[in-house]
Design a protein around this ligand. Structure first.
Ligand SMILES: Cc1ncc(COP(=O)(O)O)c(C=O)c1O
Length: 417
């Protein structure tokens, strides 16, 4: 287990007044903030905040444009950040495009594939029931624009992907297999290599939404051998407003960009433009420079602790929570129940309580969870619900945090009994 007391000290939100339970004194029982909404966004260590602030205070300038020292320094820091993010997932530096978020990455990929003349009417895209809307909706839109068929792999009753169905749905007609590495509702870790291999067998490209995986477990794009993979900075101790899209170098070179503007051209002549090489050709306009620098710092921070240790810690906390929660009468779990296959996400319902009420009562006890469909409506509906409450863990969570959750659920049951 990681020493969470020491780790929490790295995060300003857990110290001083900030670290206190924000609920009113009459209602609060837990004295500390118990943050269990990490699948929505993680907290930020001072190390990352400082890296961003330093840019604003000491060398703020635009990148890849100015020849004066401030701009040269900002450009070097931006390039270095890209190298750090790339190294973090085992990619080459030129294979990582900075975007605004996982959602922006997913949309960018859809437009780039479309603009590259990649799809013909009747082609098929295979995706999964587990997708976050940020993967699913851009694919739906792409399918409508290009008259493609979108096929959905379902889930087994154990909340694992149905791989036998995947084998049937992925055929010679499949052009793209697009799937999430980890479900943000059930925590299920999908077998990325297996799905990539199925795509390869039929000559389809693979695209992975690794938003709930990167920063939570070691992810190596070369070992997975996927064609594309994307994620967000803010789910892994980085700033909001920054994400990444990985693509194999040879593919990025072939792809036509989806967004256009300054900073991505080699030459503009009359009615035509020659684009810069990748990754610049995909980064039109002034990028989120501070965000990229903070993103790079987040990779450093997590690397210093060690991704294998972080993964193990999250697993241990998840195992502890699953065992305890399974024993609670009148509570149903909507997650992968095997901690070995769960990346730290537990969705649940307290019988007789609306999930929003559950989350609200937990909040009064200083416990931050999230309730709703978690931007994965098809998945939640497939489980027979419209909303669930979700607790999600990260490197700073401790078994004591889980104990507070369990006590909080007890309070919910008291209210609704
Ligand atoms: C699995 C998954 N994919 C994509 C996203 C979208 O991330 P962002 O809102 O940072 O674009 C999320 C956010 O919750 C997610 O959980």
């Amino acid at each position: 287990m990681l020493d969470t007391e020491t780790i929490k000290k790295d995060f300003p939100i857990f110290s001083g007044k900030n670290g206190k339970n924000p609920a009113s004194p009459r209602l609060r029982r837990a004295s500390k903030l118990v943050y269990l909404d990490n699948s929505a966004t993680s907290q930020t260590p001072a190390f990352v905040v400082n890296a961003e602030v330093e840019y604003y205070k000491k060398y703020r300038a635009n990148v890849a444009r100015g020849l004066y020292p401030l701009s040269v320094k900002a450009t070097a820091a931006y390039d270095e950040a890209r190298a750090k993010v790339a190294k973090f997932i085992g990619a080459g530096t030129r294979e990582v495009i900075f975007t605004a978020s996982a959602t922006a990455s997913s949309n960018m990929l859809a437009y780039a594939l479309e603009n590259s003349g990649f799809f013909r009417e009747g082609d098929e895209i295979v995706t999964t029931i587990m997708e976050h809307h940020s993967m699913l909706v851009p694919l739906q839109e792409l399918a409508k624009r290009k008259k493609l068929k979108l096929k959905i792999i379902s889930m087994t009753p154990e909340r694992e992907l149905d791989y036998s169905e995947a084998e049937k749905l992925i055929t010679k007609k499949t052009k793209l297999v697009a799937f999430t590495a980890v479900s943000n509702v059930t925590g299920t870790i999908n077998d990325m290599k297996r799905l990539v291999l199925l795509a390869k067998k039929v000559g389809a490209y693979s695209a992975i939404d690794a938003t709930q995986a990167v920063g939570h477990m070691p992810v190596d794009v070369k070992a997975i051998d996927c064609d594309f993979l994307f994620f967000s900075g803010h789910k892994m101790c980085g700033p909001t407003g920054i994400g990444a899209l990985y693509g194999k170098k040879e593919l990025l070179e072939k792809l036509h960009p989806g967004f256009f503007g300054g900073g991505m051209v080699e030459e503009v002549i009359g009615n035509d433009t020659f684009f810069a090489t990748s990754p610049s050709k995909f980064e039109a306009g002034t990028p989120n420079i501070a965000g990229a620098i903070g993103f790079g710092a987040a990779c450093d921070y997590l690397d210093n602790i060690g991704m294998a240790k972080i993964e193990k810690h999250i697993r241990e906390i998840t195992r502890y929570a699953l065992v305890k929660m399974a024993k609670i009468q009148g509570l149903t779990l909507y997650s992968e129940l095997n901690a070995e296959k769960n990346a730290g996400v537990i969705s649940f319902l307290v019988h007789g309580a609306h999930p929003h009420d559950t989350s609200e009562i937990l909040a009064r006890h200083g416990i931050a969870t999230r309730a709703g469909h978690h931007c994965a409506q098809p998945l939640v509906k497939a489980m027979g619900e419209y909303a669930v409450t979700r607790a999600s863990f990260y490197l700073y969570n401790s078994k004591e945090d889980v104990d507070e959750l369990i006590k909080g659920i007890g309070e919910v049951k008291k209210v609704f009994n």
